[in-house]
Write a protein that binds this ligand. Structure first.
Ligand code: ZN
Ligand code: ZN
Length: 117
């Protein structure tokens, strides 16, 4: 592969932003990749920042995957438990609310397990 700007010179790599081949005169080495000199340095830095933030966000989301289902299960058990303790029937509003919470907790739990397993 040759440099996009200098077809007679062999490229040292590709710009991370536009993927064009760049020779040592046309490339800026940013440490984590090459960029077109004077053109794509900021773009490549932005891409690197987005990727590293996403890696961190995904790691945090993986750690927190049980938090939302746990909240729904807690709310569901509080509604159902309190209503039954108060002597309300299964068709009462708080019991239906509670089972709604339990259902959504289960759905979130299954969905999160699929994403992070
Ligand atoms: Zn470029
Ligand atoms: Zn060049």
């Amino acid at each position: 592969m040759n440099c996009y700007n200098h077809p007679e010179i062999t490229a040292v790599g590709n710009c991370k932003a536009c993927s064009k081949g760049v020779c040592s005169d046309c490339a800026t080495d940013l440490g984590h990749g090459l960029a077109c000199k004077g053109k794509h340095e900021q773009r490549v830095e932005d891409l690197e920042m987005i990727i590293s933030k996403n890696v961190k966000a995904f790691a945090d989301a993986s750690k927190n995957q049980f938090l939302l289902p746990a909240f729904f299960f807690f709310m569901g058990l509080v509604f159902v438990g309190f209503a039954l303790y108060q002597g309300e029937g299964f068709a009462s509003f708080p019991v239906v609310m509670g089972f709604g919470f339990l259902l959504f907790g289960l759905i979130f739990l299954i969905r999160n397990r699929k994403i992070f397993s």
